[in-house]
Design a protein around this ligand. Structure first.
Ligand code: ATP
Ligand code: MG
Length: 283
């Protein structure tokens, strides 16, 4: 049985669980339980604080884990990164009080920087040859300058709203993060097999993201043109309609191209265009 470490509550919890659900693995949400066994796949979820996930996976207490790349980088655990998951996007940035004249990283020399990510920050400062003092605080880093314990901060930014409301401005983007799936690098043959099945399902969900299934009626004479507009995985499906001279055409398109394709298809006589969501694609 596989065991996956998931954040018990917080920004990654919900999307981690819905990712498992998308690949057919149902687990109970973490109420007061630390462990929850799935009834639909040989896997149990272990609910933890995100800080603990890298080491629990590295040490083998959990086979897999879902955690922010920022946490993983900071803690330096020895695990394999199996996939980027496309949620929990954020970055680690340096920010200074908005009134400061900031002209480059040399500004930080001799200053105090508050952060919960001392290792990533230390590496950045060392790379730039900057000698600054790192003040480690575990919460509410953004109030550091206002209460006088630091001159600047190094913290997670997503929209930047928190910085603005604390009178700070982002000046250096240091590290881009998103949630990643990690695994212990020493799995048994059985575990490898289960993991391969999970990864196969996971790929099919990932491929289907942002895809739409489109079907329409089209005059027989426009089919060649429509096939050029709509390249599908192999080629679009064309079915004859009972009405003379008409076909039904089915294909899969990127959601981002959808409206442009619809415009082109209408121009060559497509009618009754139907667009549906795609749940899974098995190539
Ligand atoms: P825990 O109680 O599990 O230690 P936490 O307070 O450390 O939780 P959260 O705030 O829930 O952590 O954030 C978890 C992860 O979500 C972060 O490490 C980061 O990878 C990601 N994340 C994405 N956007 C943001 C954001 N705007 N603020 C904080 N974290 C974000
Ligand atoms: Mg945490």
């Amino acid at each position: 049985m596989l065991r996956i470490a998931i954040q018990s509550k917080g920004r990654l919890n919900e999307e981690s669980l819905s990712l498992l659900q998308d690949i057919g693995i149902e687990v109970d949400a973490p109420k007061r339980k630390l462990l929850s066994k799935s009834q639909t796949f040989p896997l149990e979820a272990l609910y933890l604080r995100d800080d603990d996930i890298p080491h629990v996976v590295a040490g083998g207490t959990a086979t897999l884990g879902i955690v922010g790349l920022n946490e993983l980088e900071e803690r330096g655990a020895d695990v394999d990164i199996l996939a980027r998951l496309g949620f929990g996007a954020c970055r680690l940035s340096l920010a200074v009080p908005k009134g400061e004249d900031y002209e480059g990283p040399a500004w930080f020399s001799g200053r105090r920087i508050a952060t919960s990510y001392p290792n990533i920050l230390r590496k950045y400062l060392d790379d730039k040859g900057i000698d600054a003092k790192i003040e480690v605080i575990t919460g509410s880093v953004e109030i550091g300058p206002a209460i006088g314990i630091a001159d600047a901060i190094f913290d997670i930014v997503s929209s930047g709203g928190t910085l603005v409301s604390n009178g700070l401005k982002e000046v250096e983007r240091v590290f881009e993060s998103e949630a990643v799936l990690i695994s212990n690098d020493n799995l048994s043959e059985e575990e490898e097999k289960l993991l391969a099945e999970m990864m196969f399902r996971f790929e099919s969900v990932k491929v289907s993201r942002g895809k739409k299934y489109i079907l329409m009626n089209i005059p027989r004479a426009s089919v060649e043109e429509a096939i050029r507009i709509l390249p599908a995985m192999r080629s679009p499906t064309v079915l004859p309609l009972a009405a003379e001279g008409w076909c039904s055409l089915h294909s899969v398109v990127n959601a981002s191209d959808l409206w442009e394709k619809i415009r082109q298809l209408k121009a060559i006589g497509a009618e009754g265009i139907l667009v549906l969501g795609v749940d899974k694609i098995i190539p």
